[in-house]
Design a protein around this ligand. Structure first.
Ligand SMILES: [Zn+2]
Ligand SMILES: [Zn+2]
Length: 329
């Protein structure tokens, strides 16, 4: 059904790629993050709720065929459908079916609840291709933690002494998830970096409820914030917007990497949009797949562990090894 090629995962029967690494004729895209959605393809297939983000990232003029979750379509005799991956808005797992055999590609996924995207759906399959961003046993976290409340408390403590709170978060996905988590708590607007504004608008257009926001670019030159929460990329502190913060501010980072401690940040919020070790293992088992291929970092530990559970597990480069000629077709 699929082979790993120099352009990424390729389906020779259907003649399409999944998250190709460069422009191709037909790209089935799991979600709009830049390591999955790349420019230059003639036609993109994606989940309908992710179309706005995909166009926002790749350009409004790209050719897109959006499909609702669970709505099947045919590509060269392969029945394809998207199923929620729970990673960011519109993120999808790709299910492929042909002659009674089912493959599923997880894309990036997580299983804990997130107010800003569709909940993860388990896809039963014969062969499962899983991500493994946090594929070592050291990455585990409490799925029930009230991260919105934790961020609110940190913001409030800093504000009580007039200090600003600067939370570093990726512009697509993490920023909007923090805004969704803060919606029940935030009494005033959260300041956001312009890099996130258009993406945040895409979420609102899809009906996702977020905390009220103001864009840093709307502040008058010479303005000084006091006791505010600011969300942005790490480059914020080197940008023109740093002057709005004054000298008194605290920093924090929201990421799964915080499982290793806050590093150089004042505070770490363990907020991941990827499955942790436990959920990677649980999901591979629950799909019922006899064969699992593992993508990304940490593949060694996960492959070994799944094999110890009796699953036929392989690193992704073993999928259709030697099939690179296929990409020339
Ligand atoms: Zn992603
Ligand atoms: Zn990714």
């Amino acid at each position: 059904m699929l082979a790993m090629t120099s352009h990424g995962l390729y389906c020779p029967t259907g003649d399409f790629y999944i998250d190709p690494s460069r422009g191709v004729e037909r790209a089935v895209v799991t979600h709009a993050h830049s390591d999955h959605a790349r420019r230059g393809s003639k036609l993109y297939y994606c989940a309908a709720s992710g179309e706005g983000l995909l166009r926002g990232r790749l350009g409004a003029q790209i050719a897109v065929r959006p499909f609702k979750f669970g709505e099947p379509f045919e590509l060269g005799g392969v029945r394809v459908s998207f199923h929620p991956a729970g990673h960011i808005l519109g993120s999808a797992q790709v299910r492929l079916e042909r002659e009674g055999r089912v493959w599923a590609v997880s894309g990036d996924f997580k299983r804990e609840p997130d107010p800003t995207c569709e909940p993860f759906e388990l896809v039963r399959c014969d062969v499962f291709i899983t991500e493994a961003t946090f594929g070592t046993p050291g990455f585990r976290w409490d799925k029930a933690a009230d991260l919105g409340g934790q961020i609110r408390d940190w913001w409030r403590e800093n504000a009580a002494r007039g200090a600003n709170s600067v939370l570093f978060a990726y512009s697509l996905g993490k920023t909007q998830r923090v805004l969704g988590l803060l919606r029940p708590y935030a009494r005033s607007a959260v300041y956001c970096h312009p890099a996130a504004s258009a993406l945040t608008d895409c979420y609102r257009k899809e009906g996702i409820a977020l905390a009220q926001t103001r864009c840093l670019s709307a502040l008058a030159p010479g303005s000084r914030l006091r006791g505010e929460l600011v969300i942005g990329p790490q480059s914020l502190l080197e940008s023109e917007y740093a002057a709005f913060l004054g000298d008194d501010f605290e920093t924090a980072f929201a990421s799964g990497w915080m499982a290793r401690g806050p590093g150089g940040y004042g505070r770490g919020f363990l907020l991941s949009d990827h499955a942790d070790w436990d959920d990677l293992v649980l999901t591979a088992r629950e799909t019922g797949a006899r064969t699992v291929y593992v993508l990304h970092r940490g593949e060694g530990a996960l492959v070994r562990h799944l094999r110890s559970l009796g699953i036929d597990a392989w690193p992704i480069n073993q999928l259709g090894a030697g099939a690179d000629q296929l990409s020339l077709l």
